[in-house]
Every structure is written in structure tokens, then in C-alpha cells.
Ligand binder design. Structure first.
Ligand code: HEM
Length: 243
């Protein structure tokens, strides 16, 4: 049996198609193990060697990783929600109610998206607090702290823009108050509010703008920023060392 498995794996890994996808040889030596990580787009994010104490759960509480997983969950639940939600002032509230009462598993889908969004805001804040508490913002990680600040702003932006979409009283007045606060920014405030809500009042223009920001612009920006954040962690020599 073991002989058959050995021959089969030799046939697969010796195959031209396999070799065109996976450049490295089977990782039997330490060099082979390093090479298979360097040559694989998914694995290359991991360092070849990791310090044991950096893996201690109580150092990071996995808060950055959990924030990332919640972001993935938000994408996975957000895309099917887009098949049902209509960003129009006449239909938005109705499509939310349809999701709750008509669409199979619609309520589950909507609540998973909502709770994951609340949880992500909390975990990103806690992650930032952990980075601050362990002094991990210090050299050479100052730049990654700045990338993190952008990620925090994007997370809050995603949360804020998503809040308007159900188009109920709570959403309408929260966004009316929120964008009025933004209009008090010196000089730029009124123009900023006008551009953000596409007019002088929260209406169809605002709903469409918030929808596009929520489903395209901010998630794309977050993906790019996260790629930079993770790349920097690797280039800064992995995560910081516990004191
Ligand atoms: C969407 C938001 C974010 C995601 C997905 C994220 C993800 C991560 C991950 C996975 C790590 C590896 C260590 C860990 O799991 O704790 C990390 C480290 C780090 N993050 Fe974030 N992060 C986010 C937001 C932030 C924010 C808001 C800040 C600060 C303002 C920040 C600053 C840093 C720094 C400086 C490190 C290196 C920490 C160390 O070396 O100990 N990140 N981040």
C-alpha cells in the first residue's frame, strides 16, 4: 500500500502539469522547505522561520488575525446580500424586510454580516490597544502603525456607510446627524458634506454614494492596505518580540 502511495505521489509531483504550477521540489530538505514557501503565492506571506515566543497566544490574543478573519466573513456574507439589496429609497427598506422574512437564510446572512461588522470594530480597537500596550509601534514598526491608522479609519468608514443602507428611521437620522457633524470641519466641512451625500439633504444621492463606498471603494482600499500591513509585518522581521 505504502509503495502504491509512493509511486502515485512520484507520478503526480513528477508530472509536467504539476511542475508548471508548483516550481519547488518536494520539501524533504530544509532548503526544499524554504523554496516551497518562496515559490508559492499563498505561502510566501509566512516567514520561513518563526520565533517561538511570537506565537504565544497571550502576546497578541490573535486580535489582528481575528480582525482579518472577520473582514473575510464580511466579504463572504456581503456578496450574497448584494444579490437582494436594492440601493433605492423606494426599495431599500423593503429589500431588507424581504431578506428577513422571505429569502431562505436571509435573516442569518444579514445578522452574520451585522454582528461581524460590530465585532470587527471592537477587535480592531483592541488590536490597536495591544500594539500600543506592548510598545510594538516603536522602530522599525512606526510605518506599520500609520498603515494601521488608515485601516482603523477604513473600518469605521465601512461601518458608518453600511449603517445608512437599511434606510430605516434609525439609519436616516444617524447619517443626517453624522454628516452634519462632518460639515463643521473648518473651511472644507460644507463642501465635504455636499460631496458625501450628493446634495443638501440625505436622500437618493446619499444612499447611492454610501452604497458604492460601502461595497466597492472602501473594501478595495482596505484590501490594499491590509496587503501593505501584512507585507510590512514580514519586512519588519515578523511581529515584535515580547519584553
Ligand atoms: C483592519 C484592521 C487590521 C488588521 C486586519 C490588522 C492585522 C494585523 C495582524 C494579523 C497582525 C499580526 C499580529 C497580530 O495578529 O496581532 C498585525 C500587527 C500589527 N498591527 Fe495591525 N491590523 C489592523 C489594524 C491595525 C491598527 C488600527 C493599528 C494601529 C493603529 C495596527 C498596527 C499594527 C502593528 C504596529 C503591528 C505589528 C505588531 C507587532 O509587531 O507586535 N493594526 N496587524
Amino acid at each position: 500500500m505504502t509503495e502504491i502511495i509512493r509511486l502515485l505521489s512520484r507520478f503526480i509531483t513528477g508530472n509536467r502539469v504539476w511542475k508548471s504550477v508548483f516550481r519547488a521540489e518536494s520539501p524533504v530538505t530544509e532548503r526544499g522547505q524554504s523554496e516551497s514557501i518562496f515559490h508559492n503565492v499563498w505561502l510566501h506571506i509566512y516567514p520561513v522561520k518563526v520565533r517561538k515566543d511570537a506565537l504565544r497566544f497571550t502576546y497578541t490574543f490573535c486580535l489582528g488575525g481575528v480582525s482579518f478573519l472577520l473582514f473575510l466573513l464580511l466579504i463572504i456574507t456581503g456578496v450574497p446580500l448584494m444579490f437582494y439589496y436594492v440601493p433605492s429609497v423606494e426599495q431599500a427598506y423593503g429589500s431588507m424586510k424581504d431578506l428577513e422574512f422571505v429569502v431562505s437564510y436571509g435573516l442569518l446572512l444579514r445578522n452574520m454580516h451585522r454582528w461581524a461588522a460590530h465585532a470587527m470594530v471592537i477587535t480592531v480597537f483592541l488590536h490597536m490597544a495591544r500594539v500600543f500596550y506592548t510598545g510594538s509601534y516603536k522602530s522599525p514598526r512606526e510605518f506599520n502603525w500609520v498603515v494601521g491608522v488608515f485601516l482603523l479609519a477604513l473600518t469605521l468608514g465601512l461601518s458608518f456607510t453600511g449603517y445608512l443602507l437599511p434606510w430605516d428611521q434609525l439609519a436616516f437620522w444617524a447619517i443626517t446627524v453624522g454628516t452634519s457633524i462632518a460639515s463643521y470641519v473648518p473651511w472644507l466641512g460644507p463642501s465635504f458634506k455636499y460631496v458625501l451625500i450628493g446634495g443638501n439633504e440625505v436622500g437618493q444621492g446619499a444612499l447611492l454614494r454610501f452604497y458604492v463606498l460601502h461595497t466597492v471603494v472602501l473594501p478595495l482600499a482596505a484590501v490594499l492596505m491590509m496587503a501593505a500591513h501584512f507585507w510590512r509585518i514580514r519586512k519588519d522581521g515578523g511581529i515584535s518580540k515580547p519584553l
